[in-house]
Every structure is written in C-alpha cells, then in structure tokens.
Design a protein around this ligand. Structure first.
Ligand code: KIV
Ligand code: ZN
Length: 516
C-alpha cells in the first residue's frame, strides 16, 4: 500500500479512552489491551500520558516494551518536562512516537493558556524540536482545532512542519464540528499550507453531538490519512470516534474511500470484549459492529431473506469482524499446557508461575460448573485473577445468601480487610442488595452505588454472569467487575473490586485540565 492509499489507525483507548470517568486501567491491563491492539494490526497505540503519574509512566514503558509490531506513542503537553518524560517512557519501544499538543482556539488561548497566538506558535515549535531529540516520529495536535480559526491553524501547522512534525492532528476536542464543514477544513488546509505534503493529516473527533465517526469519515474523504479513535468509542463525555465503525465503513465502501486500513478486522470483537471487560463499560446491544444484536436478524422477513441470500440484509459478514470465532476452546479435561497456550493466543501471559497456577485453578473450578469454556470466559477469569493479585485491601472469603418466597433476603459475608478476617451480615430488598449491605457493614466505604449491571458472558443458563458496579465517593468514580456462574457471587466480587479501586489513593493529572 502506498502512503496515499493507507489509512493509518491511531488507537487512543489507553489514553483518551482511559480519561473516561471510572475507566482507569492498571499497567497489566494496559499491556493486555496493547497486545490485543497489536494483533488487530493497529498502526499507532497511544499508551498514556507519562507525566500524569508514576503509574502512567510505568504503564507506557511496559506497553512500549511489550508491543513490537505497532508504533507506541506517549502524550505530552508542549512543555519540556512532559516531552522529556514521554521520551524516557518510550525508550524501549521498537518504534516510538511523541504526541505533543497545545490549544489553538481563541477561547482556549485567552482563557486557559492566557497566551497570544504568537506565543502559542513559538511554544509549539519549541516542543516539536525538543520531541525530535527523542524520535523522528513526532505528532503535533492543535487542541480545539474544531473551534480554531483556519488562518491560525495554517500558520501553526506550517511552522511545526518546518520544526520536524510528521503528523498534524486536527482534534474536534469538544465535538462541535459538522461533517461537511470539518471535511472542508481539512481540504482547505491541505491546499493552503505550502509544506502540507511533508506531513500526514490526522483527525481526532469527540462524540458530543453523535458525529465523531461522521466527522472523521468526512475528513478522510478530504485527504486525512490518519484517524484517532478508540475501541467501542470509549472516551471522555460522549466518547471518541469508534475504531470499529470507521474501519468497517472504509472497508465496506471502497467505492467512496480512496484508502484502506491494514487492520485484521477479525480481531475487532475480541478487542471490544476485552476493553469492555477490563473497563466495566458494557457495550449496548444495538451498537454497530460490536453490539450483541449487530448481526442478529430478529424479524421473520429478514431471516428469510438472509437464508436465501445473505446480501439481502447484510452489508458485512459477522465473521469478518470476529463474531464467529466464539467457539468452545477448552473443557474440564484440558491440561495446564492447553490452558497456557490458549491464553498466549489471546495475548495473555503471566509474569510468574504462581499467577498462571492461580488462574489455572480458577479455570478448573469454572470447568466443574460449566462444560464449555469460551475465549470470553478465559478473558473474564484472567481479569478476575489478575485484579486479585493487585494491592487489594479487601478480599472476599465466603458469602452465604438466603432468598426465599415471602422472606426478607439475608446475607452473611466473610472478608479479609488489611489482612484481618472480618464477618458481616445484613438483610436487603433482594439477595444482591443484602450482599452489598453485608459488605458495607464491614468496610463502611462511604460510597454511593451509581450503576449495577449484569451481562452473560456467553449463552446458556450455565454461562458466567459478568457484573459491573460503579461506585462514587467525593467526585471520584470507580468501576468494579466480577464474573461467576453465580450472579450474586459475581455481584459481590464486582462490588469489592470497585471498593478496592476507590480506596487506592491515585494522584493522576489530566492532560487537558489538570496541573502536573
Ligand atoms: O481531544 C483532544 O483535543 C485531545 C488532544 C490531547 C489530542 O485529546
Ligand atoms: Zn481527545
């Protein structure tokens, strides 16, 4: 593929996606998602904002060491300290990119930066030159470009190309743009900037008006050759442009788009499930491409048509995005080696033999309750096992719940809190409510329950239930997940997982609003 024919896919699930309240990920979780994105053949993985916290720095370094086929990118404001930190975090990458940004809209320059346009250009140029000390792959973003003046965008982009930027990103930071106007902006800039041919134009759209994908595609039609997006459209507020929708739109309509991505689209559903499982953000059933109903034909007329000839109602094949890969992979008699090999094929490895052993005994317990174990079960099991190996102050030891017609449900729970075993009991409106109250009788977390949702991981009544619990305390949000064939136990695990996250002190800066 020549450069003009290739659509570069820049995935920012691990950075902008993680900025979604409650979607923060641990280092190991980021590595797992990074490996899955590499298998999807994503071109650039934005792994985080290294100066945000020591944890973010370590996560970016770990992804840079683990991922070999994709370029790994770190975000940096146009400040020396951010750029140096990003350069340091990316030291081990096979291919590294530094992504530096500064705001360019009048509203941001006046009120946030309190800088003149000339000062902003000077700082941007300085930042790009500094980033070039670490790598020749430097991206510059004009934050809030969607509300910036085109004359100013042309000036700053021309200057940063001269300073060494190789990708120019045009973010619609607040999701304000309209498709026709946004495409036109890209077309005009490509025409007006004298050295435009020396860089690739990129777009980064937020979904506040539900137009992130439409705006991105309009930009691609007008010459943008990189799209920044996230799996499942995860991201701040209404999210970022969804990777799967952009990639499949371009692939399904080659008559419209003059470029193609090099993604292995059969990995899309795996990535979607993994991100949903790790962040606890469920995918709505009617979500394009990755929703459970995206390829289900409910009405009789549609089913009849699809049976006669699938093109009557299907514009894509479910197997092309990875739906049909959902098959039984392991069972009760599978051994440790088969288990390890299957996990490796999912991009999951353990740092120690103990980690693998713990996961394997969880697998055996699960296989006793459930005959067929699917890849999704393994992903959920590993998420559960790996989270338990983190610094968790609260652990579930035992749970007993009585629920009977005409009686008030009652739960008895035993937890370990900071190495001390503690019993608790409570009654509640239902078995799950009783279990949560029993846990609270011990931990007194002072949190408020904001969301409780249950999904079955695979089909059948013996499927594992995957529960998400969202807790809030003093403005902080934590999502917890738990999976089990018993949904009350899955619920208790999810609640405890969220409590552990909220108890963990985090000092992490936001790239666009926080001080570092
Ligand atoms: O939305 C935005 O403007 C961003 C930049 C940091 C690229 O995320
Ligand atoms: Zn963004």
């Amino acid at each position: 593929m020549s450069q003009a024919d290739q659509l570069i896919i820049f995935d920012t699930t691990l950075r902008d996606g993680e900025q979604s309240p409650g979607a923060s990920m641990t280092k190991d979780e980021k590595v797992r998602i990074g490996k899955a994105l590499e298998k999807l053949h994503v071109d650039v993985i934005e792994a985080g904002f290294p100066i945000a916290s020591p944890g973010d720095f370590e996560a970016v370094s770990a992804v840079a060491s683990a991922v070999k086929e994709s370029t790994v990118c770190g975000l940096a404001r146009a400040l020396d300290k951010d750029i140096d930190r990003a350069g340091e975090a990316l030291k081990e990458a096979n291919s590294a990119r530094i992504h530096t940004f500064i705001a360019t809209s009048p509203i941001h320059m006046q009120h946030k930066l309190r800088m003149t346009p000339d000062q902003v250009i000077e700082q941007a140029v300085h930042a790009v030159r500094r980033a070039r000390r670490y790598t020749d792959n430097v991206e510059f973003s004009a934050e809030d470009a969607g509300r910036s003046e085109i004359d100013f965008l042309c000036r700053i982009f021309e200057a940063v190309i001269d300073a060494g930027a190789t990708t120019l990103n045009v973010p619609d930071t607040v999701g304000y743009a309209m498709p026709i106007q946004f495409g036109e902006l890209i077309r005009q800039m490509r025409e007006r900037i004298p050295n435009a041919d020396k860089a690739i134009f990129s777009v980064h759209c937020h979904n506040d008006l539900g137009l992130a994908v439409a705006n991105s595609l309009s930009a691609v039609s007008n010459g943008a050759r990189q799209v920044e997006c996230t799996i499942n459209g995860l991201g701040e507020r209404a999210g970022n442009a969804s990777l799967e929708e952009i990639v499949m739109a371009v692939r399904t309509r080659p008559d419209i788009f003059a470029c193609q991505s090099r993604l292995d689209t059969t990995q899309i559903v795996n990535c979607s499930k993994l991100v949903s499982n790790i962040t606890g953000f469920p995918v709505q059933p009617n979500k394009a491409i990755v929703g459970a109903n995206a390829f289900a034909h409910e009405s009789g007329i549609h089913q009849d048509g699809v049976l006669k000839s699938r093109e009557t109602y299907e514009i894509m094949r479910a197997e092309d995005v990875g739906w049909s890969q959902n098959r039984m992979v392991l069972g009760k008699h599978s051994g440790r080696n088969a288990f390890r090999t299957r996990l490796e094929s999912l991009g999951i490895s353990f740092e120690s033999e103990e980690g693998l052993n713990a996961a394997f005994s969880r697998f055996k317990e699960l296989a006793d309750k459930k005959h067929e174990i699917f890849d999704e079960d393994l992903q959920a099991l590993v998420t559960d096992t790996k989270t338990e190996s983190f610094n968790e102050r609260v652990k579930l030891i035992a749970l007993k719940v009585c629920s009977e017609t005409g009686e008030t449900p009652h739960a008895e729970v035993t937890l370990i809190v900071d190495s001390e075993e503690e019993p608790g009991a409570a009654s509640g409106g239902g078995p799950v409510d009783a279990a949560f109250k029993a846990i609270e009788s011990i931990v007194n977390s002072g949190t408020e329950l904001q969301l409780y949702s249950v999904n079955n991981i695979t089909s059948g009544t013996d499927a594992q239930g995957e529960v998400t619990v969202r807790l809030e305390k003093g403005g902080r949000i934590a999502n917890g997940q738990g999976a089990d064939t018993d949904i009350v136990i899955a619920s208790a695990k999810a609640y405890i997982n969220a409590v552990n996250k909220i108890l963990e002190p985090v000092a992490k800066a936001h790239p666009q609003t926080g001080d570092v």
